[in-house]
Design a binder for this molecule. Structure first.
Ligand code: CS2
Length: 510
């Protein structure tokens, strides 16, 4: 017979509960797997090493599955570190409460508004910021944002929840608070501040003035670069925990052994000693973010879309195809890297090798459909700046165009083209819109023209670059008529490729 987590934790020295739980000091929006295998682990290490009232109140946006399971398990869950060499298990002990925002909007406002809350952190995905990919501004057409502007007591969006919580603070105790984005957005601190200020400026004039004044004097928005591959939980991991640890955990989190967190040290109301868990505080977060969002996330997208179109279920399977590996190395080195201000001391060649070895971690089973989801918001962060830089230099970013083409082939296939089950399993907020555009398009060129040109899916500037739109359209047509490998061959043909030397390296790994 298996026992529940808390009972086992009392019996097994490795996961004995700390005698005193920290009081809450952090409200975290987005209680998904990533947060529970990343920030929670660093916070656990900080509290274990240094104490402090840095317990986390976890807020899940719609689903009650994780909060319910957390309550049933005494706020505990297992992080299962997976590598081909084996698995290790740990149980973070920092969550003090968990609830679902939907149905409890007032509770979100009061948690953010509580004077004891000194950090509000977010992992709500690129899609959770309700911004317009074309401009980077708050999406005022979004019904959820319109709702939040009209209903002060019941915000649904993270930006609305934060602003209403900040209003609560400014009207009551006016204690300062840090808002910490932990999502894969370039310049995520500035981006979040901009959206929060935009929302606040749309409030009735007197409220807007007070709220903006509070934001400008009593909040800070550090940027941070987060990195850890965290696949979705499956029954496999539940069974593994039961078999290896002897207890039942409904919500274990699988994660790769690698983890990295680079944070700007700009916390207006204090912070945990996250260094205890290995976090690095740096003035070069922007460079690390570029490196990660482009080399890791951007290349990851290409691997996911080409893999899905080739019928592979997982990222390790996809990247082990020599053609896809070639395309991935090429986009990373020749098209993403030149746009990155590499932080001092980072050995880019070692970083590249480390990425490929992380992607090859077969034990993780990271799915192409997971990485390929939400491309309409993710690719906006990854493709435009490097592509524009190359186009301005008179060079065609072949593999960035191929990334856009492979994405559209998966999410908005032209009539008669079947992208396969992995592509069908990808979720995307723009799927309906793009499918409608695809239905009316006769060719890849027409589709790319509508999506990238008319709808500015990759921003206004790239929408003007007809040569990029045409190349993307050509790749869509090649994928449809001859498959993804033919498109890789075309993108990699000597006449297409921009020659780039192997990377310049400096000492030290990131
Ligand atoms: C992936 C990321 O889904 C994606 O777009 O690229 O989730 C990636 O696994 C993480 O950012 C790694 O830190």
């Amino acid at each position: 017979m298996t026992s529940s987590l808390p009972q086992l934790s009392a019996k097994t020295p490795g996961i004995l509960r700390r005698p005193e739980a920290p009081s809450p000091g952090i409200v975290h929006l987005g209680l998904g797997n990533f947060h529970r295998a990343h920030q929670a682990v660093y916070t656990d290490a900080a509290v274990a090493a240094n104490g402090g009232d840095w317990g986390i109140i976890g807020v899940s946006s719609r689903s009650s599955a994780i909060p319910d399971a957390m309550h049933a398990q005494d706020m505990l869950y297992t992080v299962v570190e997976i590598s081909p060499e084996g698995s290790t298990f740990s149980v973070p002990q920092v969550h003090t409460d968990a609830f679902t925002a939907a149905g409890n909007p007032g509770r979100v406002i009061s948690a953010i508004g509580d004077a004891a809350t000194r950090i509000v952190s977010l992992t709500v995905t690129e899609n959770g910021y309700n911004y317009t990919p074309a401009t980077g501004s708050l999406n005022l057409q979004d019904p959820a944002i319109q709702h939040d502007l009209l209903h002060p007591e019941a915000p649904r969006t993270p930006i609305g929840q934060i602003v209403r919580g900040l209003q609560h603070r400014s009207r009551t105790h006016a204690e300062p608070v840090t808002i910490l984005s932990c999502d894969n957005l370039a310049d995520n601190g500035h981006h979040t501040r901009r959206l929060v200020r935009e929302f606040a400026s749309l409030l009735p004039p007197a409220e807007a003035a007070d709220t903006l004044a509070f934001i400008d004097t009593c909040t800070s928005f550090p940027s941070s670069m987060v990195d850890r591959i965290v696949p979705a939980t499956t029954d496999h991991y539940r069974k593994l925990v039961t078999a290896r640890r002897g207890y039942t955990d409904r919500i274990p989190v699988p994660a790769e052994p690698f983890t990295m967190w680079i944070v700007e040290d700009n916390f207006i109301a204090g912070r945990p000693v996250w260094e205890a868990g290995g976090a690095v505080f740096s003035d070069e977060v922007a460079g690390y973010e570029q490196l990660k969002v482009r080399l890791l996330n951007g290349t990851h997208s290409l691997i996911a879309y080409l893999g899905a179109l080739s019928g592979t279920v997982t990222i390790p399977e996809s990247v082990s195809d020599s053609h896809i590996e070639l395309a991935a190395r090429s986009v990373l080195r020749s098209e993403y890297l030149p746009s990155v201000s590499v932080p001092a001391g980072v050995d880019v060649a070692a970083y590249e090798e480390q990425l490929f070895s992380r992607w090859r971690n077969t034990a993780l089973g990271h799915r192409t459909s997971q990485v390929g989801s939400d491309g309409s918001v993710k690719l906006r962060q990854r493709i435009p700046l490097p592509a524009l830089q190359m186009l301005d230099d008179g060079r065609m970013p072949q593999l960035l165009a191929l990334t856009a083409a492979a994405y559209l082939s998966c999410i908005a296939p032209l009539a008669g083209f079947d992208p396969g089950p992995q592509a069908e399993a990808m979720e995307d907020p723009a799927r309906g819109l793009l499918a409608g555009l695809a239905a009316g398009a006769r060719s890849g060129r027409e589709l790319a023209g509508k999506v990238l040109g008319d709808h500015h899916l990759l921003g206004e500037e790239l929408a003007q670059r007809s040569e990029f739109l045409e190349r993307t359209g050509e790749f869509i047509d090649i994928i449809r008529s001859a498959g993804p490998l033919a498109a890789i061959a075309e993108a990699s043909a000597p006449s297409s490729l921009t020659a780039a030397p192997i990377l310049q390296t400096t000492k030290g790994t990131p």
